[in-house]
Design a protein around this ligand. Structure first.
Ligand code: FES
Ligand SMILES: [Fe+2]
Length: 377
């Protein structure tokens, strides 16, 4: 039986979308190099000279905080003979970016400042040899890069997605992500296509099978019909006999300061395309960043955010909160890895099927994905 013969089921993408390097190339070109792409937190580079290196589509990009505190983005390509300027994912370049090869030196604003034997090249126009800039915007403490020549504002990409999930953008603003601080961080190398991870995050048909701790915490997730017709914008409630969204359910942390009483004891998860998931609970926020590395490989970085005093004061233990979603991550990423090897099986050439409770959210995702790829789909 195929999905097209049975109206109760809907088709997934076919296998080549999870295996083909030409598709991966098209995704880089039409999605990751064209849309705003989440690269890290503004407080990862808190002071002038601090630098982040990220792969964005097919390009290596650096983000540097200037002496004026502005974060700027550049292609990580020396204008002399093309060496990578920054060879590590994080660092501190001090007052200038110095190429490791022949020591051309650029200001934190990307301008070429000096080169060895400068006198012999006096007539050269140094304005012409600054670093290539890329667009950077900050939203709620998160840094996003866009490689398109003249992108639309970041908020135009993000706000409709948040509104689609929560109905009301001001609800999201109450969590004040920009004021929060990282209290836990785990990195994962997932041997699976990024879309398997996204599809999984947008259905709870698997929750009863693989997430015993999560369904204990949010009983509604036990239902295989959960998500039918889309997510509930009023959120999902923590079990009445538990104190919190944590592994034991017992650790009590202060409520995020700007939430309303009606936000208490609720969970909201959302995909923020193209490479971020945000999960909101009343005492912390979980942000996932994804880096698609290859058709069958995705790097994931999960960060747990809490109010600064919860992280810094020593009065609170955040480990129990971190432990719950760490478990969920391990379970979800293992599931993606169960599927990836079979994406190239002859049995899956035409893809699989989505049951009713998977169709709305994954359908929205497919629609975005295929329309982003356009003719390259
Ligand atoms: S390649 Fe950078 S200075 Fe030569
Ligand atoms: Fe899951």
């Amino acid at each position: 039986m195929t999905a097209t013969q049975d109206s109760v089921l809907a088709p997934t993408l076919s296998s080549r979308y999870y295996t083909d390097s030409a598709v991966f190339e098209a995704e880089n070109q039409h999605i990751f190099e064209r849309q705003w792409y989440y690269v890290g937190r503004a407080d990862d580079i808190p002071a002038p000279g601090r630098i982040l290196r990220r792969q964005v589509g097919r390009e290596s990009v650096i983000l540097v905080r200037g002496r004026d505190q502005v974060v700027r983005g550049f292609l990580n390509v020396c204008r002399h003979r093309g060496a990578q300027l920054c060879l590590t994912d994080t660092g501190d370049v001090g007052k200038a970016i110095r190429c490791p090869y022949h020591a051309w030196t650029y200001g934190l604003d990307g301008k070429l400042l000096a080169a060895p034997n400068w006198e012999a090249m006096e007539s050269m126009d140094r304005e012409e040899y600054g670093l290539h800039t890329v667009h950077v915007e900050q939203w709620e403490g998160l840094l996003w890069v866009n490689l398109a020549p003249s992108p639309t504002p970041l908020i135009d990409q993000l706000r409709p997605q948040i509104e689609a999930r929560l109905a009301d953008y001001s609800k999201f603003e109450r969590y004040r992500l920009g004021d929060l601080k990282v209290g836990g961080r785990v990195e994962y190398e997932v041997v699976a296509n990024w879309k398997l991870i996204y599809e999984n995050f947008q259905e709870c048909y698997h929750c009863g099978t693989i997430h015993p701790e999560l369904v204990r915490t949010i009983p509604e997730f036990q239902s295989p019909a959960m998500g039918t017709g889309g997510y509930d914008p009023t959120g999902y409630a923590i079990a009445g006999d538990l104190e919190s969204f944590s592994l034991t359910g017992r650790t009590v942390l202060p409520r995020l300061p700007h939430l309303l009483p009606e936000d208490d004891r609720l969970y909201y998860g959302m995909v923020v395309r193209p490479n971020c998931f945000i999960s909101l609970v009343s005492d912390h926020v979980i942000v996932h960043r994804f880096e698609p590395v290859a058709p069958d490989r995705t790097r994931a970085v999960c960060e747990w955010l809490f109010p600064a005093d919860v992280v810094d004061s020593g009065d609170y233990q955040v480990d129990d909160a971190v432990a719950l979603f760490s478990k969920v991550n391990e379970q979800d990423f293992a599931a993606a890895e169960w599927c990836q090897p079979n994406m190239s099986s002859r049995a899956y050439r035409e893809g699989g099927v989505l049951v009713p409770s998977e169709q709305t959210q994954i359908g929205v995702f497919y629609q975005w994905y295929l329309s982003s790829l356009g003719d390259a789909a």
